[in-house]
Design a protein around this ligand. Structure first.
Ligand SMILES: C[S@@+](CC[C@H](N)C(=O)[O-])C[C@H]1O[C@@H](n2cnc3c(N)ncnc32)[C@H](O)[C@@H]1O
Length: 510
């Protein structure tokens, strides 16, 4: 797996289709196109695919896309983007439906592949049709939210026998299938979920991971409050509805799939697309006005921007990352956000000399560590087929190194948050426990304490437990991506760092 991809996960992309929608596309001037059999490929109007009819071209494009997608040599979003670049005539709605169908195939690969052993036509055609039915069934609001009507929407593009074949698929009893097929997981991950969260709940988790993620926005409180954003979104018209997210104070959940990039509110920086769980993570860090804060693995800045808004654009917020490409993607988002306290800094590794210069000077540090991304399988379903236990082991070493290095930045009394979008204890609790064992100058702060101000007094905050100090969100329980968080505080008076910290050998001057 590529380094960039292995460290992805809780980025800003909230809808698989979102990033494929081209801006201001003029579809009226498209040249006439024909498919391989010489049939005219009809242009598609600007319709929400959740209530659109699929056209022959959608299945044809999917058939072409699938071999590369299912080779798992490249991240799925990269494969799909490249395909769309090579097919510039495709309209926004076509892209949305093709991309969502491709991701549906990745989410339910085992089930679809097993059923596609029956039926006529090529294997790719059969997978394409199953993907289309799944995508059309999952459309948020509207009539096409059941397989039955999705198949009816496809009827006019089907070959003889395919309608009946698709109907047969919706009558398959999942309980009759092998658990790995029914739950669409590789064996190592099914076993891992059996160990944690446990055999009783792993099917619920697997089921949640087989659906697309919800579309959540974070109101940028530098520009707008949640009520205004809700009103703006609901005024868009169409088959969409905006409601408040249940837990994150600035979150707006969109039911339906509007193309948001062209809205005036987006261009004005009124919101960012951000999962509710990712929004809440900023509250574990709880930055204050005027503080010195570091987002150590800032990526394209999903969490950085939320943290910057909590700081009301005061103080200094360093956004570190080893990926220039990701930091470059932060720039336009930062410009839209209106934040002036964010300072992106490229680092060559967690041991970059720039980190040493800031040692002991920082109030709060977030380590949103590179991880397997197993909490984001609703949006990145290819990860479950591309990740391996060996890959997770390699990430563990990196996670421990980054956390150790980031901890050097903190002042006495400063707060360090370690977070991942993984569900695997070896990337989460284990890293946090090892850190505590090796860093006696840090103590743990229970997540419930940090989130208390957001919740009524007698309610245990979301993701917190009475039995342990960690923060853990689950797709099947909370409807968010899976997240883990651990909060540490540097003890107020400690022996100088160099005497107590575990030192990596390559850093003698720490
Ligand atoms: C989970 S992603 C961060 C997502 C980001 N915080 C957000 O909210 O959009 C992990 C990030 O860690 C970065 N990374 C990988 N190795 C790193 C290192 N040694 N030091 C700092 N960042 C690193 C990756 O480039 C990636 O952007």
């Amino acid at each position: 797996m590529s380094k960039e991809r292995s460290s992805r996960g809780s980025g800003p992309r909230s809808s698989n289709t979102k990033s494929y929608v081209a801006k201001n596309r003029d579809t009226s001037k498209r040249p006439e196109r024909r498919n391989a059999s010489g049939n005219l490929i009809a242009p598609v109007g600007q319709k929400n695919f959740s209530n659109a009819k699929a056209l022959p071209q959608h299945a044809i494009h999917l058939e072409r896309l699938l071999p590369e997608l299912l080779s798992f040599e490249q991240p799925a979003d990269r494969v799909v983007s490249r395909y769309f670049r090579a097919e510039p005539q495709l309209g926004n709605r076509d892209r949305a439906l093709i991309a969502e169908s491709a991701f549906a195939i990745l989410r339910r690969k085992n089930e679809f592949a097993q059923f596609a052993e029956s039926g006529a036509g090529s294997q790719a055609r059969r997978l394409a049709l199953l993907g289309l039915v799944s995508a059309l069934s999952e459309g948020g609001l509207g009539s096409a939210n059941r397989a039955e009507s999705a198949i009816a929407d496809l009827a006019h593009v089907l070959q003889p026998g395919e309608y009946e074949w698709l109907q047969r698929f919706s009558t398959v009893d999942p309980q009759a299938l092998n658990p790995l097929v029914r739950n669409n997981l590789p064996e190592w991950l099914w076993d891992a979920f059996g160990a944690y969260p446990g055999e009783d709940t792993r099917e619920d988790l697997a089921k949640a991971l087989m659906h697309p993620a919800l579309l959540d926005l974070r109101a940028n409180t530098m520009k707008i409050n949640r009520e205004q954003l809700l009103a703006d979104m609901n005024a868009l018209g169409g088959r969409y509805q905006a409601i408040p997210t249940p837990y994150a104070p600035d979150g707006v959940r969109i039911m339906g799939k509007p193309a948001l990039q062209n809205t005036a509110a987006f261009k004005a920086g009124a919101f960012e697309v951000q999962d509710e769980g990712s929004q809440l993570l900023a509250y574990l860090l709880a930055p204050k006005r005027g503080e010195m804060v570091v987002d150590f693995c800032a990526g394209a800045g999903g969490k950085t921007l939320a943290i910057g808004a909590l700081m009301r654009s005061t103080g200094r917020l360093y956004a570190f990352d080893t990926s220039e490409r990701r930091l470059a993607n932060l720039k336009p988002r930062q410009a839209r956000s209106g934040l002036s306290n964010v300072h992106p800094v490229w680092i060559d590794s967690e041991n970059d000399a720039k980190i040493k210069r800031l040692a002991g000077k920082i109030d709060r540090v977030l380590v949103d560590a590179p991880c397997s991304g197993m909490g984001t399988l609703r949006r990145n379903p290819d990860l479950k087929w591309r990740q391996t236990p060996q890959g997770v082991l390699e990430l563990n070493q990196k996670q421990a190194n980054i956390l150790h290095s980031a901890s050097r930045l903190l002042k006495p009394g400063g707060r360090l948050v370690y977070a991942t979008c993984s569900l695997l204890p070896q990337e989460n609790q284990q890293i946090a426990e090892d850190f505590l064992a090796n860093h006696p100058d840090f103590e743990i702060i229970p997540a419930a304490e940090a989130l208390k101000p957001l919740f009524p007094k007698d309610i245990l905050p979301i993701g917190c437990s009475k039995d342990n100090p960690w923060w853990q969100l689950w797709p099947h329980i909370h409807g968010t991506d899976g997240f883990f968080g651990a909060i540490f505080q540097r003890k107020a008076s400690t022996t100088p760092l160099k005497e107590v910290s575990k030192k990596p050998k390559e850093e003698p001057d720490q």
